[in-house]
Design a protein around this ligand. Structure first.
Ligand code: PLP
Length: 378
């Protein structure tokens, strides 16, 4: 059997830095190295770059620049929103969906350790939160609700606007993890009505280790990272200027090319599924969502041996969240959707990117089909 060239189908885990971001970042490593909070010219030059980046990001999200706070990534933004939001709500009850990323679920555990009551909102078999289920859990004692916009393992989209409306009705804060949605959806925070939204640049061809939390003006949350007075006194730590510049550049390009990228991703998905069409015992997990993410279950095949074999053949795919991939536990997202542990272990995530070609995905589908048949002993 022919070995595939290296084909990367794990864009939900991370994406390569785009050339445009790399070039815009370069001067800020050595030439314009200033500390953005230094009051001299060298510092002011760095701060100018940070301000410009903040303005660009805010404009794309339809936010005010003063509502954007840079963080070290999606995980920190999620931790901050959850812990900072709950503390500001003086220990009121918190609701998180069952399919959140570990960045949220671990912060929820921390809140429980701190004595805050955290309830888990279930999802239906398609992976979606039911508004009626959320409403049945709401009362005046709920301080914060957290439901992600798009799921990182299945690509399933949540009804963020309806959730935000419900939160408003009960006086609770609404936080949406927008990390997986931002690469693909045109996010308008005002239209959605959320109080907080997290982002991470490396999911849309920006650098790793940089993210942001949108906090709607007037919303009070506790500081999470203590230190200096950076980020208007809300997040201590020297600002990572090159990363901030790369973040804004990558997001700007993503917004500009969104329609074209979406069409390309849909074509890739169709081509990939066509390549598997005559393979029996394949089920798609989750309802239709982002075109970039496919979660497929192959009866009779364990994902760890399948992923290992695919990797040897040059095709990178995943079992779920990259942060959880070292663990042997079945995916909490899939089991929350009603799959058995075995079914979850039969499932893999394939996530396409802008630089994949139709030829790449047809090759990957052919290799995958051959490998599934081999592992089934056919
Ligand atoms: N939230 C979601 C939905 C994610 O998919 C991820 C990363 O996989 C994160 C949060 C964490 O982001 P980061 O890798 O920037 O810490």
């Amino acid at each position: 059997m022919q070995q595939a060239k290296n084909i990367y189908l794990d864009h939900a885990a991370t994406t390569p830095l785009c050339q445009e971001a790399f070039e815009k970042m370069s001067p800020y490593f050595c030439d314009c190295f200033g500390n953005a909070d230094s009051p001299h010219g060298v510092g002011r030059k760095a701060m100018l770059a940070v301000d410009n980046a903040r303005d660009k990001i805010a404009e794309i999200l339809h936010a005010n620049p003063k509502e954007i706070y840079f963080t070290s990534g999606g995980t920190e933004a999620d931790n901050w929103a959850l812990v900072g939001g709950a503390l500001a709500q003086k220990g009121k009850r918190v609701i998180v969906s069952a399919v959140e990323h570990h960045a949220v679920l671990s912060a929820a555990d921390k809140l429980r350790d701190m004595g805050v009551k955290v309830d888990v909102l279930p999802v239906n078999n398609g992976g979606r939160v039911e508004i009626s289920a959320l409403e049945s859990m709401m009362d005046a004692d709920v301080g914060l609700v957290c439901v992600m916009m798009a799921n990182n393992e299945t690509g399933v989209l949540q009804p963020t606007k309806e959730i935000a409306t419900l939160c408003k009705k009960y006086g609770a804060l609404c936080f949406a993890d927008g990390v997986q949605a931002a690469p693909y959806l045109d996010i308008d925070v005002k239209e959605l009505g959320v109080d907080m939204l997290s982002l991470s640049a490396h999911k849309f061809y920006g650098p790793k280790g940089i993210g942001a939390l949108y906090i709607k003006s007037g919303v009070k949350i506790e500081k999470f990272v203590s230190g200096g007075e950076q980020e208007r006194g809300m997040r201590g730590g020297t600002v990572n200027v090159p990363a901030v510049v790369g973040f804004a550049t990558a997001l700007e390009l993503t917004a500009k090319e969104r329609a074209e990228r979406q069409a390309h991703l849909s074509a890739l998905r169709t081509a990939f599924l066509e390549g598997l069409a005559d393979l029996d015992g394949v089920t798609k997990n989750g309802e239709e969502g982002l075109p970039a993410v496919l979660n497929l279950r192959f009866d009779g095949v364990d994902n760890d041996s399948l992923l290992y074999a695919m990797d040897l053949k040059g095709v990178a795919m995943a079992a779920g969240s990259a942060c959880a991939s070292a663990s042997v536990k079945p995916s909490h997202v899939l089991t929350a959707m009603g799959l058995s542990e075995q079914e979850a272990k039969n499932s893999v995530r394939i996530s396409f990117g802008k630089d994949n070609t139709e030829e790449d995905v047809r090759t990957a589908a052919r290799v995958l089909k051959e490998e599934v048949e081999k592992q089934r002993g056919l």
